[in-house]
Design a protein around this ligand. Structure first.
Ligand code: AKB
Length: 317
């Protein structure tokens, strides 16, 4: 990777990935784009920024030519619960949008990163130690777009030689830009609530286990897969990657150990609960470990220490 363009730089992953890629590849070599560039934090203005709607394939191609881009990170998406509220828009962004990215990649010879998700699995997928290659019949629009984009990436690789790669992200926990409309958002919100109010109402039931990951590991995954030696890759798109699996009680106890007055109750949101119930409890990520050396660095305890430290500093009374 020499010249990189990110679609969705103002989002939860995009804002931090832009910063990390610029640290490694230089400010001028990473173009930050978003449909809402007014949301860019000031530090993102240290390098090139552009307004881009992912559905504007012509503009994407113009930017790829203008900045001599060799790698596109496509992070544009509606998260799972929002996608259930707006399925038509989720399809357009997730599928038409990604089709346009792959077409630009085919014509102009760029590599592509696509973030698939635990949402690409469905109720008939084995929930424990979910294998890399297994039945994927998601029953959400988010999942339908994710599994379709994985397949499109594989197709463009085989048929046209496009270097399309990607991972299946679990819930990502972070403290720079809040996620919005995701099923796993509770695992971010709980830390903010613990620090700001000492109380949290959880939208998922106790016993709902899901894969999760701290943002530094997610950035490491998104960059390492694109830097991996292509000769070693058997899979290309949709590598399972995970760092931890917990349910609301386990994360609550990890926080309460550090903030003893913290309290949590439940008010289950049926849409989110239904989505979470259809997703794996814990994925097997051995293919990513074997093919490109994936290994997470953060677990629940180290992440909780860091999240609480950063947020307590920020919201100090
Ligand atoms: C969501 O909850 O929608 C996302 C995801 C797991 O893909 N965070």
């Amino acid at each position: 990777m020499k010249n990189i363009l990110i679609i969705g730089s103002a989002g939860q992953i995009g804002s931090e990935l832009t910063r990390e890629l610029r640290k490694r590849y230089g400010n001028d070599n990473v173009v930050a784009t978003d449909i809402a560039p007014e949301k860019f934090k000031d530090e993102l203005k240290a390098g090139p920024i552009e307004a881009l709607d992912i559905l504007d394939t012509q503009k994407l191609a113009d930017l790829v030519r203008k900045y001599k881009i060799d790698t596109i990170y496509n992070l544009a998406a509606l998260l799972s619960a929002t996608a259930e509220a707006k399925p038509q828009l989720a399809w357009k962004i997730g599928l038409y949008g990604h089709f346009g990215v792959l077409e630009v990649a085919r014509e102009l010879g760029t590599a592509v990163f696509f973030p698939s998700s635990i949402g690409s699995f469905g109720p008939t997928t084995p929930h424990d130690n979910t294998p890399q290659d297994v039945i994927q019949r998601p029953n959400t629009m988010y999942g339908v777009t994710k599994v379709s984009a994985e397949l499109l990436g594989d197709y463009y690789h085989k048929r046209f030689g496009v270097d399309s790669r990607g991972v299946r992200f679990p819930g990502i926990i972070s403290n720079v830009t809040l996620p919005g409309g995701g099923t796993t958002d509770y695992a971010v919100e709980i830390y903010y609530a613990a620090v700001q109010t000492g109380k949290f109402t959880c939208p998922l039931k106790a016993g709902t286990f899901l894969d999760m990951m701290y943002m530094p590991d997610a950035l490491h995954a998104a960059i390492s897969i694109m830097e991996a030696n292509p000769d070693k890759l058997v899979h290309h798109n949709g590598f399972n990657v995970t760092a931890m699996s917990f349910d609301p009680e386990i994360i609550y106890k990890a926080i309460k150990k550090r903030i003893p007055d913290f309290v949590m109750d439940y008010d289950v949101e049926p849409i989110k609960q239904g989505i979470a119930d259809s997703w794996p409890n814990k994925m097997d990520d051995s293919a990513a470990r074997e093919e490109w050396g994936w290994k997470p660095n953060w677990d629940l305890d180290s992440m909780t220490d860091d999240m609480l430290k950063v947020l307590s500093e920020r919201f100090k009374k």
